[in-house]
Design a protein around this ligand. Sequence first.
Ligand code: CA
Length: 432
Amino acid sequence: MNKNRAKNKIRPATQFFFPVGDLPEDSTDKSKSERGIALMVAVMIISIMMMFAAEFIVSSTVNLTRASAQRDNIRAEYIAKSAANWAIWLNLFDYGLTLQLKADTTGGGAAMLEGIGTLWNKLDDAFPYDTPLDVSDIAAFSQAMGLSQVMDSKVLELIQSLGGAMGVKVEDESSRINLNVCATAQTTQCNSVMLQLEALLTCTEIEKDFMKNNDHKPSEIARRIRDWVDENPSADGSGYSEENDPYQKRSPPLKAKNSALDSVDDLLLVDGWDRELHAYFSPYLTVWPYINDGEAAKSKESVKLNINAMQPEALKCLFARELGDGDAAEKFAKKYNEMISKNGKVAGSEKEIKERLLELFNFNSEGSDKERGSWMTTNSSTFRVKGKGIVGEQTRTLEYVIKRLNKAQFAAKSADPANPNAPWSLLFFRMN
Ligand SMILES: [Ca+2]
């Protein structure tokens, strides 16, 4: 009986070891209950295998994405570095050209200088920082600027091969009010900066209303900035008897920094200087150059602003008193624009500065207010250079603040073994 039963046990048909089809009719109840086990085991094995496969696919996709992001990031970094280096090079090329043309006594120099303008400004136009353009446009720009004659063509090919977009910006820091002048305990110069700052904060009716509506007293705000920066602990004209009074009430309590600002954004720590004020006025302010050399700090140069590079609205503010009210601002804008379109600049010499101040504002540099007459210059020494590279989803930015060296500074620096040949010094550096 048992023998016969074993003999009659019929296995289900299989394919690749998996059961397929139905069992024959005569199979017993026991074999019916065993039918699905092989199938379940098989399904489990397949599931596990699929999990491994899916994990493998996900991890290789992630790795691939990360690798290409890394590649794009490095490319973007090189584009940003190229942009900044290019801007520095053009900036210094301009400097050399200006110096050379100034030394040219044949008379041809002055005429050429006006036609040339600043090369770095053109770079700024060609590859706007805020809306970077494709690096493939570099060749056309280089051709138009005649740079192909002084640059190795392989350099262009190399930059183009990086793909992506480039943006450049050069900002003239010598056209902004330098708050760090007050950090060096030179009272005369710091007082000039206070006057400049106050003039900016109370420039037109718009500024006056703005300060009034926000309950700010311009002279007090200016002095709180001075107290925050200058070495001494005294407070004068800031609305407080002690410089630390407003900061001690904060949680945690603070003390005035009593040294140079690291960036204009440090102002947000100063009592009364809020985000709104910051957004409105910070574009006209700088912390560069920080002059910690005693002799240089005593020089009037530290408070001078480049009349040609200054934003016209800030220039207007410094002489708003003479300009008067009514349609004076419109007249100023008209005259200013005429000067720029005719000569490409406001003034080319000390003598011209005086003439232009009289013409634009009816300001007499020889009058009782000689102080303000001495604020203007036609030279710039400090620049902020920004380079941006975008490849795919990756954006890198590079920012330098550089200071051109004069002859004596360059001679001193040439002895520096670390970087003997650069005719500029690096004041600030940031890569993001
Ligand atoms: Ca102080």
